[in-house]
Write a new protein. Structure first.
Length: 327
């Protein structure tokens, strides 16, 4: 075994240890004494509004990914630009994020109940879980006690967020740097079962994959033809919405993985999951099991991701407004 390989394994072990230690410092029911109704207030707001706009559940879930992969789960994705800094929310991968107003509404309710107690970072995690559950998806534990960060840089979002056009090795590396493994990559990608996107995020795959007007050979031809004819009718379409899982877009289920093995994943980052034997093995195992197994495994990966780089104790702050650092 080479020195580089050994060193890499040591780094991954350290990351796993740090994440495990963080989980121990977060706590289920962290606000039980300081703000006993906190989680009830979040859940009530979600139950009141998400059934009316169920398509918001996917963006709110996506927000946890985009927050946790940059500086950890510290709500840095919510911060506004300042006069001398472009924040994460205005980085190109985050321009399509939605749900900021919803998070602000929940924060206002909690500030009215118990000022300066509940972090925006915890709100993101709780809202995502409750929104998914409200639309019939899996439940996962959300230990709380995260504190909010004070730094948000667009450049860090560009460097850390997994991209829609990345290959398997690039995705694997970005996940490993966060203490997540191949199984987590496959499971967390399953969130696309309720996701939507716009044509311009993948039209290169159906119109001009290598720059000569060709189609990505990894994409099922019939599906590509259908997309060109009925959805993305021009290569420059940036407004038409396409469901990531068109056969079952409103249900949190295994349909996304069934599409993957038929070569019908929209993004290259979806398609690449069937190019590696390890990830294929995870997909095949999911398809052999019941949806409840997928729910349970997805929950485990969400719990792992929710502990990435969290700020606890006296680190960070509890922001009064999620878009602004306290002064």
């Amino acid at each position: 075994m080479g020195k580089k390989t050994c060193f890499g394994k040591i780094i991954l072990c350290v990351l796993a240890f740090l994440i495990g230690s963080t989980v121990a410092d977060l706590k289920l029911g962290f606000y039980e004494k300081s703000c006993p109704n906190a989680e009830k207030i979040v859940l009530a707001h979600v139950k009141k509004h998400i059934p009316n706009v169920p398509t918001l559940a996917a963006p709110l879930l996506r927000m946890t990914f985009h927050d946790c992969f940059v500086r950890g789960c510290d709500a840095s994705v919510l911060l506004n630009d300042t006069s001398n800094n472009q924040a994460e929310r205005n980085a190109r991968p985050n321009l399509s994020l939605r749900g900021y107003d919803f998070i602000d509404e929940v924060k206002s309710l909690l500030e009215a109940e118990c000022p300066g107690i509940v972090s925006c970072a915890d709100i993101i995690s709780l809202v995502a879980r409750d929104s998914v559950v409200t639309t019939g998806g899996p439940y996962w534990k959300v230990p709380t006690g995260r504190r909010d960060g004070t730094i948000s840089r667009a450049s860090e979002a560009l460097n850390n967020l997994p991209g829609a056009n990345e290959n398997f090795n690039a995705l694997k590396t970005k996940f490993e740097l966060k203490g997540l493994n191949i199984k987590d990559l496959v499971l967390l990608s399953g969130a696309h079962t309720i996701g939507i996107t716009h044509c311009n995020t993948f039209t290169n795959r159906i119109y001009n994959f290598t720059g000569i007007g060709d189609q990505d050979p990894a994409l099922d031809n019939d599906y590509a033809v259908n997309l060109r004819a009925n959805k993305c009718k021009t290569p420059t379409d940036s407004t038409t919405i396409v469901e990531m899982d068109p056969s079952s877009s409103k249900n949190f289920d295994l349909s996304y993985y069934k599409l993957l093995v038929k070569r019908r994943g929209l993004f290259q980052s979806d398609a690449t999951l069937i190019t590696d034997s390890s990830s294929i093995a995870v997909i095949n195992q999911l398809l052999k099991k019941s949806p409840l197994y997928f729910f349970a495994e997805f929950a485990k990966s969400m719990e792992k991701m929710g502990a990435i780089g969290v700020k606890i104790g006296t680190d960070g702050q509890i922001r009064k407004h999620c878009a602004l650092v306290n002064r």
